[in-house]
Design a protein around this ligand. Structure first.
Ligand SMILES: NC(=O)c1ccc[n+]([C@@H]2O[C@H](COP(=O)([O-])OP(=O)(O)OC[C@H]3O[C@@H](n4cnc5c(N)ncnc54)[C@H](OP(=O)(O)O)[C@@H]3O)[C@@H](O)[C@H]2O)c1
Length: 235
């Protein structure tokens, strides 16, 4: 598939995608934390390079993409941390931070890539199943991820023949959840597993395989694909 940039490729879903792709492609991973970036580069080992960039910063993004030059595919796995909670207690400044940490950096990354990404390539945004699951406590996160998803079909028409898609993961075992203690995380994953038709939370590779499929399949655009073990089907 060629030269692939993975924004948020130093951890979790982006990292798993980079690792799976690194056999046969030239991968560039982006993230803010230099030590995390170096560790990820070491673990992947071959066909990979990386750059430290904060995707909330447009100037940094423009500079990084001009250094990368022309490339084929972009995956945007950037995430914030905030915006979860039941509505009556939801701190709207937290939700605003959530948008600042995911919605705007994802869009800004996509915009900065446009002068360099090949017109026969693809952009895959990573959103979240909260946009569809209607789970209590996810109204804010659902709005945030749904806002990105609503843009996907229009972007696919505006930017054609560049293909634009999104993958909406369910609950996935990544460092995103490390704000919880290991005990709380394990208990919460157990509860999710009981509610998920396929009986377990996702692994980063479950999502990475779909991201790669969307990159490879040259006849799909404007789509949002859920990879959630059936969580959004409800009980
Ligand atoms: N894990 C889940 O259960 C789950 C569920 C639904 C959706 N998702 C979505 O899946 C995507 C990947 O999440 P994940 O679980 O793999 O998270 P993760 O392990 O926390 O990885 C997030 C990646 O994004 C990078 N990043 C965050 N903010 C950035 C910024 N401003 N500029 C540049 N890089 C930035 C991080 O590196 P630095 O921190 O070093 O910058 C890291 O490489 C996210 O969009 C997330 O919302 C995850």
């Amino acid at each position: 598939m060629g030269k692939i940039v993975i924004a948020g490729g130093t951890s979790g879903i982006g990292f798993a995608t980079a690792k799976l792709l690194s056999d046969k492609n030239n991968i560039i991973i982006l993230g803010r934390d230099k030590s995390k970036l170096d560790k990820a580069l070491n673990e992947i080992g071959k066909n990979v390079s990386g750059k430290s960039v904060d995707a909330t910063n447009k100037i940094q993004l423009n500079k990084i993409f001009s250094e990368i030059g022309s490339f084929d595919h972009l995956v945007i796995a950037i995430t914030g941390r905030k915006g979860m909670g039941v509505f009556k207690d939801l701190d709207l400044s937290d939700l605003r931070d959530g948008f600042e940490g995911k919605f705007f950096p994802q869009l800004q990354t996509a915009q900065a890539s446009l002068p360099y990404i090949g017109k026969n390539g693809s952009i895959t945004f990573i959103t979240a199943i909260s946009s569809q699951s209607k789970a209590v406590g996810t109204a804010g996160l659902g709005a945030l991820n749904g806002a990105i998803e609503l843009m996907i079909p229009t972007l696919a028409k505006e930017l054609k023949p560049l293909r634009i898609n999104a993958v909406a993961p369910g609950v996935v075992n990544t460092p995103w959840w490390d704000f919880l203690t290991p005990e709380t995380k394990s208990e919460m994953f157990k509860q999710y597993a009981a509610a998920i038709p396929l009986g377990r939370v996702g692994e980063p590779e479950d999502i990475a395989h779909m991201i790669i499929s969307l990159m490879e399949n040259k006849y799909i655009t404007g789509q949002i694909i859920s990879v959630d073990g059936g969580l959004s089907l409800g009980q």
